[in-house]
Write a protein that binds this ligand. Structure first.
Ligand code: TYM
Length: 334
């Protein structure tokens, strides 16, 4: 607990262009939960280098992502918005937790399997221990809740396992975090292949709606979305393309899938895709405008970066010192 509130932690990688999946699956829920919890929202730039990055691009994207968090409605006075690489406790705790994580557990991680298949020429140790750094992120802040999309559920499970293992040896050191997975939008699929999740790293740009796409591009991508030959707007697994569009529309408008089925009963896919496109455009427009405004305010963003890194480091160090003591590292001499 911090200031009598439960703690929330979440983060996103500063890799690639963020998609509608990132927004509907995560960021939108962050904003919803931000009043209720003491929140830490991290730009996880250390995770990003598990895949080779161009340094200038990574720096630019990290700043754009931090700006986006604020543009989405997270007030940096109330929410701690910062870069992972500015708080050394992340890497320090990750090292300790590495010594409490088994190779067998990490071998089971589906994201590691997927990413090593995709980057066969660079299967580095960081990619393998990625979930341990993620566990460190969360446990460092004693987070109670972690809002994520479904694809991160397995990483939350290993985080809980590591925390429980550590606690069973050393007493109650870590809070055991719970995932928060939203009712809608938790798994947005590719518009071109609804069996795959919408992803920043998709080679086909028509599969993903990027948060900075202009209205024409969004409308075009929605119109081209793969559906089926059934001709009914039904929310069911047998129609994965239509189901995904219903999910997108529901998440953007707040309507339930049943309401959407009723609304489009008897209508064709053309009408429906148009409505989906319009709903996405109106969802993203205010966000894009706010990003454009904030990008001009360099001094403000710089002050957020500085102040929030200090705040994050303060809480991170509290946990880190406790953990270091528990495992037997010598006390500092003041
Ligand atoms: P990342 O950067 O891949 O994604 C950020 C968030 O977006 C969600 N998401 C989706 N949700 C619905 N549909 C989709 N198609 C979709 N694609 C992505 C993700 O579930 C995630 O919530 N390992 C994490 C970053 C991380 C983290 C953390 C998250 C590092 N440390 C600590 C929470 C807590 C990742 O790569 O997310």
């Amino acid at each position: 607990m911090i200031n009598d509130k439960k703690v929330l932690f979440s983060g996103m990688q500063a890799t690639g262009n963020l998609t509608l999946g990132n927004y509907l699956g995560a960021l939108k829920n962050w904003v919803k939960l931000s009043d209720e919890y003491e929140c830490f929202y991290c730009v996880v730039d250390e995770h990003s280098i598990t895949v080779r990055q161009d340094p200038a691009t990574l720096r630019k994207r990290a700043r754009a992502l931090l700006t986006l968090y604020i543009a989405a409605g997270l007030d940096p006075e109330k929410n701690c918005i910062y870069y992972q690489s500015h708080v050394s406790g992340h890497a320090e705790l990750a090292w300790i937790l590495n010594c409490f994580t088994y190779m067998g557990e990490l071998n089971r991680m589906t994201q590691f399997k997927d990413k090593s298949a995709k980057h066969a020429d660079n299967i580095n140790a960081g990619l393998f221990t990625y979930p341990v750094l993620m566990a460190a992120d969360i446990l460092l802040f004693q987070a109670d809740v972690v809002p994520v999309g479904i694809d991160q559920k397995q990483h939350l499970e290993i985080t809980r396992d590591i925390a429980q293992r550590f606690n069973s040896i050393y007493g109650d050191v870590f809070t055991i975090p719970e995932p928060y997975i939203g009712k809608s939008g938790a798994r947005i699929m590719s518009l071109q292949d609804p069996s795959k999740k919408m992803s920043k790293s998709d080679e086909n740009p028509n599969g993903s709606i990027y948060l900075m796409d202009d209205p024409d591009t969004i409308m075009r991508k929605c119109k081209r979305a793969v559906t089926d030959s059934e001709g009914h707007i039904c929310y069911r697994d047998e129609q994965p393309g239509v189901k995904n569009l219903i999910d997108i529309y529901s998440s953007c408008t707040g309507k339930t899938p049943e309401d959407v089925e009723k609304e489009f009963d008897g209508k064709g896919y053309g009408d429906f895709k148009l409505a989906v496109g319009e709903a996405v455009v109106s969802q993203l427009k205010p966000l894009q405008e706010e990003v454009a405004r904030l990008e001009k305010d360099k001094a403000f963003i710089d002050s957020v970066i500085k102040n929030n890194a200090e705040k994050a480091a303060y809480y991170a160090n509290k946990t880190l010192r406790k953990v270091q003591r528990k495992v037997g590292f010598p006390d500092r001499i003041r």
